[in-house]
Write a protein that binds this ligand. Structure first.
Ligand code: NAD
Length: 481
């Protein structure tokens, strides 16, 4: 039986199950039933959240890093203890298999654990002055209240990356997770309350995304805007932020090329690529998205991918043995269907899948799909499919494949497979992306910087760099005598 709790808004330490804007249905992606209803914040709730982050900014920002660190560590502990209810809710909302939701929750725990350390390691630098007795010091201070917006595909990890770094830096936060998958963030907020985070430091709102972003970003209280989402929404939030000259981080869409050189093992690499491609039904910003495979090994690679695609078990994410759930929503499924149709119309070969499964009555399922010899003008090679489709394109030489790989507005991740590290490093240097995997596709981790270039945005989350997005440098000159 499906037991779904839903969640309320969390404002100034209080949970609000109803709000002035009414309610919003959360839809079950497996059968399109209503899972539950969440409150829709109106101006009253947004103003209450703004009041809370403004009031608590000097309090939390003035709390010593060692104390902030202890609270963050405790949040990580509480999250680790309470994984299962969160994992289940995330699976119900997004359709992702439980094993994937568990992996995501653990990655979210690691963000808090990592930033618990970073909170104690905020240090500036000092320089000698040009004259005797003059000292030049650079300190870091929290940027101020943050408005954070996140997508539904990783409903715990995406907000965790922002919230953990912001809290470590000493910022107060209003986070708006996706209304399609709000529970992950609500579970994090409950852990934060129980870990002793003072009321009003972390707030969570839900509602009409456009209304919320317009209201929050227009407020002089908000000093920093951080989004994980699509390029289109990124542009919109940038425009809104420009008016108030707010510091901005943008984690936007991706269209990761995969370069498979002729000295790679095509069957092994084809298997790795397929397993990675169909994770989270392809709804991953760094999902491998265009497969450029050398003509000499094209055939065995394509066969290996198609073979794996044909064995993926579809179903409800919470059911035993399910490897791929539905897509999260109808707009995603319809976008993928249209891109597959376009590629086939232009002459691509259908090697696996290609349709909405016939044995599914409702829900947002799409078959794991492999397209061969996809023509370069096919839309799927240029637009983000964000779904379980793998287009494969043969190539002949290094310069050609680098040109093809960089012929994209996106620049988030890229992957290179080669038996020669010299070849792989040459390709990695040439790729216009923020992250490269060489003979490996698992890029994301708490200890490394995650982010893109070009239309994929700017700013980094995680690693040593992530906390800088929430800090401002202040320079002090002291004449000692
Ligand atoms: P989206 O841009 O539609 O939504 C992202 C967030 O912005 C959500 O909270 C949403 O409610 C909010 N939003 C939507 N419309 C808005 C508006 N008009 N004003 C203000 N906020 C608005 O993206 P999505 O469909 O939820 O997620 C998929 C996209 O996110 C893909 O492009 C994917 O690549 C990207 N993504 C990027 C990363 C990354 O780290 N770079 C990670 C995951 C997802």
């Amino acid at each position: 039986m499906t037991v779904y709790q839903g969640c309320g808004l969390h404002i100034d330490g209080e949970w609000r199950e109803t709000a002035s804007g009414g309610g919003i249905a959360v839809v079950d992606p497996v059968n399109e039933d209503v899972l539950g209803t969440i409150p829709r914040a109106g101006a009253a709730e947004l103003d209450a959240a703004l009041g809370a982050v403004a009031r608590m900014a000097p309090v939390w920002g003035g709390t010593p890093g060692w104390q902030r660190s202890a609270v963050l560590r405790e949040i990580a502990h509480r999250m680790a203890e309470r994984a299962e209810p969160a994992v289940r809710d995330m699976s119900l909302e997004t359709g992702k298999p439980l094993a994937e939701a568990r992996g995501e929750w653990q990655a979210a725990v690691e963000q808090f654990d990592w930033y618990a350390d970073e909170a104690r390691r905020i240090f500036g630098h000092s320089l000698a002055g040009r004259e005797p007795g003059v000292r030049l010091d650079v300190h870091y201070a929290p940027v101020g209240p943050v408005a954070a917006f996140t997508a539904w595909n990783f409903p715990a990890l995406l907000p965790a990356r922002k919230v953990a770094a912001a809290l470590a830096a000493g910022c107060t936060v209003i986070v708006k997770p996706s209304e399609e998958a709000p529970s992950g963030m609500a579970h994090i907020a409950r852990c934060a309350v129980d870990a002793g985070l003072p009321d009003g430091v972390l707030n969570m709102v839900l509602g009409d995304p456009a209304e919320i972003s317009a209201h929050l970003i227009a407020s002089p209280v908000i000093r920093k805007v951080s989004l994980t989402g699509s390029v289109a929404v990124g542009r919109l939030l940038m425009e809104q932020s420009a008016r108030g000259l707010k510091k901005v981080s943008m984690e936007l869409g991706g269209h990761a090329p995969v370069l498979v050189y002729p000295d790679a093992d095509p069957v092994k690499v084809g298997g790795i690529c397929a397993a990675t491609k169909f994770r989270n039904a392809g709804q991953v910003c760094i999902s491998p998205t265009r497969f450029y495979v050398h003509e000499d090994i094209y055939q065995p690679f394509a066969e290996a991918m198609a073979r794996v695609a044909g064995t993926v078990t579809l179903g409800r994410g919470t059911d035993e043995g399910v490897q791929m759930g539905p897509m999260a929503n109808a707009r995603g499924r319809d976008r993928v269907a249209a891109l597959v149709r376009d590629a086939l119309d232009r002459g691509a070969e259908l090697l696996a899948g290609g349709a909405i499964p016939k044995d599914r009555n409702g829900g947002f399922f799409f078959e794991p799909t492999v397209l061969g010899r996809v023509p370069r003008e096919a839309a799927i090679l240029h637009e983000e499919p964000f779904g379980p489709v793998a287009p494969i394109v043969p190539f002949r030489d290094h310069d050609e494949v680098i040109r093809l790989a960089n012929d994209s507005g996106f620049g988030l991740a890229g992957y290179v497979f080669s038996g020669s590290l010299a070849t792989a490093n040459r390709a990695a240097e040439a790729l216009e992306v923020g992250m490269v995997g060489i003979n490996d596709m698992l890029l994301a981790a708490a200890e490394v910087p995650f982010g893109g270039v070009k239309d994929s945005g700017f700013g980094r989350e995680g690693g040593r760099l992530g906390i800088l997005e929430y800090l401002e440098a202040k320079y002090v000159k002291t004449r000692c005598a």
